[in-house]
Design a binder for this molecule. Sequence first.
Ligand code: EPZ
Length: 424
Amino acid sequence: MEKIVISGPSNLFGSVKISGMKNAAVAVLFATITVNDECIIDNLPDISDVNLSLKLLENMGAIVVKLSDTKYKIDTRTITTITAPVEEAGKMRASYYIAGACLSRFGVCKVGLPGGCDFGSRPIDQHIKAFEAMGAKVRIDEGYIDASAVNGMRAANIYFDCVTVGGTINAILAAVRNDGLTIIDNAAREPHIVDLANFLNFCGADITGAGTDTIKIKGQKQLHGCEYTIIPDMIEAGTFMIAAAATGSEIMIENIIPKHLESMTSKLSETGIRFEEGDETLLVCKRTEPLRPVNVKTLPYPGFPTDMNPQTAVLLCCINGISRINETIFNDRFRYVNELRRMGAIIDIDNGIATIKGGIPLKAASVRAVDLRAGAAMVLAGLVAEGNTSIDDIFYIERGYDSIVEKLASLKAIIKRVKIQDIT
Ligand code: EPZ
């Protein structure tokens, strides 16, 4: 077991290269099941969610060959099972994409219910609604999604009752090889949905409208392999933007798509942070005056991402005055607040809105990562706090951040992983 130890406050300097997007990578990896051919996927981040996805594919019989640190060849022609055991599938959220992919290719699946970060209830009723609309009978039985379409999956018109990233992705996977035209209304618009559609279209699919709230899928009997490069991770980029803003540093963030960061650069600009945008870079300029408090509301893309809620709270703790974060996506996303309070943060939560009394310096403490983005927030808090902060349960962080310790150390942070002696 390891923990992260940070000696703050930090003054960051230099440039950091953003890795491939976790939530695009896991969708594309499981989409290879529908392709039934050999695919080469590049710009995969070295994180445990990707490594587990590759392991799940191998366990299903796919042949996975590592070509470089970020590039893998995946041949799914050799898949021999439609089952993903709950012991493995339960370790991450995106494993449920196996269900949509197997229904599309085989008309049947038995997939362990997903795990993933705990933000309160994370139902999958919209995924089931989409599968049933396409002709599948779905049972949740003994911890498994047990589904089959005895007459094969068929095209359908699907209207989601709420905007769901996972539901939209699973509906695309379930529809991509069905006869006819499937239309998804009230679809999520995240960049990783566009990335998935682009990958599948490279494989011969016919998907239009990804990135809008209406997606049309003209099912294809067969797809073929392709070479594909995953987009950069907008949430990792946002996390480093906050690292620079909160520590008053100037850093260059490389390998980004500025359009994906617009809600974050816009909100941070409201505080007084200045940016210089390049084609694939973003310079976070050193602040020359005190920052201003702001109000944040999380929304589906292109709104301010819920996955930036915890990190943004750390910045708002550093800004004199009252700021608020209104979390509209998950009903229990504020589990990180108690950890920040251990560092002296003054945050009240009421009815999904965090009111932050900023300007009181955070103090180093022993804290833990309670989920992936909460863990990232603890790292940011350690960068700004006076003293040595230690962070336990860093496996959460390693699920979604490729080499965060090494990247921050290269930006001159005093940060390291420390082995925790087993207490016997
Ligand atoms: C994806 O989760 C991401 N995970 C999450 O990122 C992200 O926070 C979330 O989208 C929102 O952007 C992956 O892509 C692997 P949703 P997902 O379905 O798909 C409700 C991270 O940090 N809902 O868009 O599970 C749900 O309860 C992770 O990288 C239903 O009611 O999110 C929530 O309130 C954390 N029924 C809202 O919709 C359903 O069937 C949005 O959830 C599905 C969802």
